[in-house]
Design a binder for this molecule. Structure first.
Ligand code: SAH
Length: 227
């Protein structure tokens, strides 16, 4: 399977069964225990990013690109904190849901701006580019291109998260208990932290802060790198 196929599959998944599944996981309604565990883990990743950015006390001066924004779990709170957020996602359904949630949380619809766009075709220049939990859908060769493209859009900083390719996760994935449940319709790709750091370095970025979130069914390595 080539990378184009991966992207088509991912887009279709997040416009159909994946949309229904992830909208619920990234919501506050009732979910099963596995989904609740993933919700909790993902929220920790989001909270870590918000805490890092708030710590710097300059959020209201920042332009932020949230690439693969999903239902706006990060974009909306960052806009609430005063950042100018440009959010985009390959899935029209995820974007529509994000827009609905933004209207509820924020009184205006001007910030964040939401567009349906895959991250490979994003243009522009932002202080900070963020891409959370998207790389899991892409193999390593594709991840290199994607991360390098995101770096080209970032003036100062990039924040990305991915499922780390560690010994134990590789085993877990092999025995099939990784991303459990009937609607696991896409492949999950793990990435080696050293590979991601090397791609960032190749693009002139140096890692500043790291955080690992691990619950029973959710694993995400978060990296902040600057130039
Ligand atoms: N970053 C969000 C959503 C994570 S779910 C959050 O952490 O809450 C992964 C999202 O990536 C999905 O909404 C999916 O549609 C999107 N996605 C997958 N491949 C993409 C691509 N190539 N470009 C843009 N978005 C993509």
């Amino acid at each position: 399977m080539n990378a184009t196929d991966d992207k088509t599959i991912v887009r279709e998944y997040f416009n159909s069964t994946g949309f229904d599944r992830w909208k619920r996981i990234y919501g506050d309604g009732e979910v099963n225990s596995v989904q609740l565990d993933i919700r909790t883990g993902h929220q920790q990743t989001v909270d870590t990013v918000i805490a890092w950015l708030k710590d710097d006390q300059n959020l209201s001066q920042l332009t932020i690109c949230d690439a693969g924004c999903g239902v706006g779990s990060l974009s909306i709170p960052l806009a609430v904190e005063g950042a100018k957020v440009y959010a985009s996602d390959i899935s029209a359904k995820m974007v529509a849901e994000a827009q609905d949630r933004a209207v509820i949380s924020l009184k205006n619809t001007a910030n964040p701006t939401f567009t349906v766009q895959d991250l490979e075709s994003l243009t522009g220049n932002y202080h900070t580019v963020i891409c959370l939990d998207v790389l899991i859908h892409y193999p390593q060769e594709k991840a290199d291109e994607m991360i390098s493209h995101l770096c080209s859009l970032a003036r100062s900083r990039i924040i990305i998260s991915f499922a780390p390719k560690t010994f134990w996760l590789t085993i877990l994935k092999k025995i099939g208990s990784f991303f459990p449940g009937p609607s696991k319709a896409t492949r999950a790709y793990l990435h080696r932290e050293v590979d991601v750091i090397n791609i960032l370095a190749k693009n002139g970025f140096t890692v500043q802060r790291k955080a690992m979130t691990r619950t029973r069914f959710y694993f995400s390595q978060l990296l902040e790198a600057t130039r």
